[in-house]
Write a protein that binds this ligand. Structure first.
Ligand SMILES: Cc1cc2nc3c(=O)[nH]c(=O)nc-3n(C[C@H](O)[C@H](O)[C@H](O)COP(=O)(O)OP(=O)(O)OC[C@H]3O[C@@H](n4cnc5c(N)ncnc54)[C@H](O)[C@@H]3O)c2cc1C
Length: 387
């Protein structure tokens, strides 16, 4: 994970966790940069409200927060069996009755199994509940953790102690391919990453590592990461299939949650919140099934109903169901960032041209780069896909 952890959904499971959990920084500023190879158009929103009473989000390092949440679960009575792989889901008469793990005598029986196996759901596929991983439905993201003194981070990002900022970057950092790059400020490190749809990566000779190294050299990024020491490197997939790739969420004796169920809203960088909310909805359904003594699809179907009615998860995925396909069909990240940079440069350069001349030159340049009907189509289909 990047990662930005959203407070309110997380607090539905662990109330007021931010008072003692090992978090990095409270995010008070979020930025979006539209970039060419040597420039950046910067949009941002900063508000002290994001840090008030119930803060909106925190940057986190999973290695620390996962341990904290595991301890909370154990304190509530859960038995965590770590370093153990589930090899197979056990079935009897068409219903799931447990799992077989890699341990000796590793069969564990249960009236209900909740699969939370992440982006590559091998077990859900074996149950016939999930399609094969499709390269146009997953983004490969590589991330470096760069150590930097807290005071240096605060000075470079204009932050006070404990405050954090995020920057999402579009255009040149992914060579115009469908994806994003990001920088998140942790307490004494930066998370720097680039992610691109697998199907698009397959078309270019460049590796994810190449893109990350190029990003560090970018004139807008280099001063932020200067002198930072690489401490960790990771690569991971993010589900991007959205609503149309969501598997069956439940079957007899089984439910699927989080990334394994494709519950990620890539447009808004939200995955952990949907994983947590779906975990809660599945747990509530399991408790209901225990009370009724009925673990059939009829009762476990209430899991989907809870996700629909009590969380924004499915409604948000449905809203953006056409967005990824739109971005695949329309090369907007290739066309518009350089055009926008050209327009800014032209209008901000003071020379002997009049402003009207400059406007005409921008219009001519836009028409040279993209046909008018294609631009109109980008706007109409883009509007329909995102609004
Ligand atoms: C680079 C990156 C940045 C991200 N940034 C953000 C962000 O800023 N904010 C945000 O909200 N989301 C972010 N996400 C998405 C977020 O990380 C996921 O949506 C979230 O972690 C999903 O949680 P999960 O529990 O479903 O899956 P995971 O966190 O992937 O956990 C699945 C676990 O199951 C284990 N597992 C798999 N198979 C088996 C098996 N057979 N037996 C036993 N264990 C198994 C895996 O080892 C893993 O530990 C990011 C993702 C990436 C890759």
């Amino acid at each position: 994970m990047g990662g930005v952890l959203y407070t309110r959904p997380t607090a539905e499971v662990w109330p007021e966790f931010w008072k003692d959990a090992p978090l990095e920084r409270c995010v008070i500023e979020q930025n979006a940069w539209i970039m060419t190879e040597d420039s950046a158009i910067k949009l941002g929103y900063r508000s002290a409200k994001f840090a008030e009473d119930v803060p909106n989000a925190f940057t986190v390092l999973r290695v620390k927060v996962d341990q904290y949440f595991a301890q909370q679960a154990e304190a509530a009575g859960a038995l965590i069996i770590s370093e153990t792989k589930v090899d197979e889901v056990l079935r009897e008469d068409g219903r799931v009755v447990g799992v077989r793990t890699g341990r000796p005598q590793g069969e564990v029986y249960a009236p209900v199994v909740i699969l939370a196996e992440g982006v590559n759901p091998i077990l859900a596929r074996e149950l016939g509940m999930h399609e094969d991983l499709d390269p146009s439905s997953a983004a490969l993201t590589v991330k470096e953790l760069l150590r930097l003194d807290p005071e240096v981070i605060e000075e470079r990002f204009g932050l006070d102690e404990g405050e954090g900022a995020t920057i999402e970057m579009y255009g040149a950092p992914t060579m115009g391919m469908l994806g994003t790059a990001f920088i998140y400020t942790n307490e004494s490190s930066l998370s720097l990453a680039v992610g691109v749809l697998l199907s698009e990566f397959a078309e270019v000779p460049d590796t994810p590592h190449d893109l990350l190294q190029q990003l560090k050299q970018h004139p807008a990024v280099a001063p932020l990461v200067e002198g930072a020491e690489p401490a960790e490197y990771m690569a991971h997939l993010i589900p991007e299939g959205g609503y149309d790739k969501m598997p069956a969420l439940f079957g007899h004796g089984v439910m699927i949650v989080g990334d394994a169920a494709q519950l990620v809203n890539g447009i808004h960088r939200e995955g952990s919140n949907h994983a947590i909310l779906s975990g809660k909805a599945a747990a509530e359904t399991a408790i209901e099934a225990h009370h009724k003594g009925d673990f059939s699809e009829r009762t476990l179907g209430h899991y989907r109903q809870r996700l629909e009615e009590a969380t924004p998860t499915i409604a948000d995925l449905r809203k953006y169901r056409k967005a990824t396909k739109f971005m695949e069909r329309h090369p907007i990240l290739k066309v518009y960032p350089p055009l926008a940079a050209y327009a800014f440069e032209e209008m901000l350069t003071v020379d002997d041209k009049t402003k009207r001349q400059k406007q005409w030159e921008i219009i001519k340049e836009a028409l040279r780069r993209r046909k008018p009907w294609a631009m109109a189509w980008d706007a109409i289909e883009g509007g329909l896909s995102f609004i």
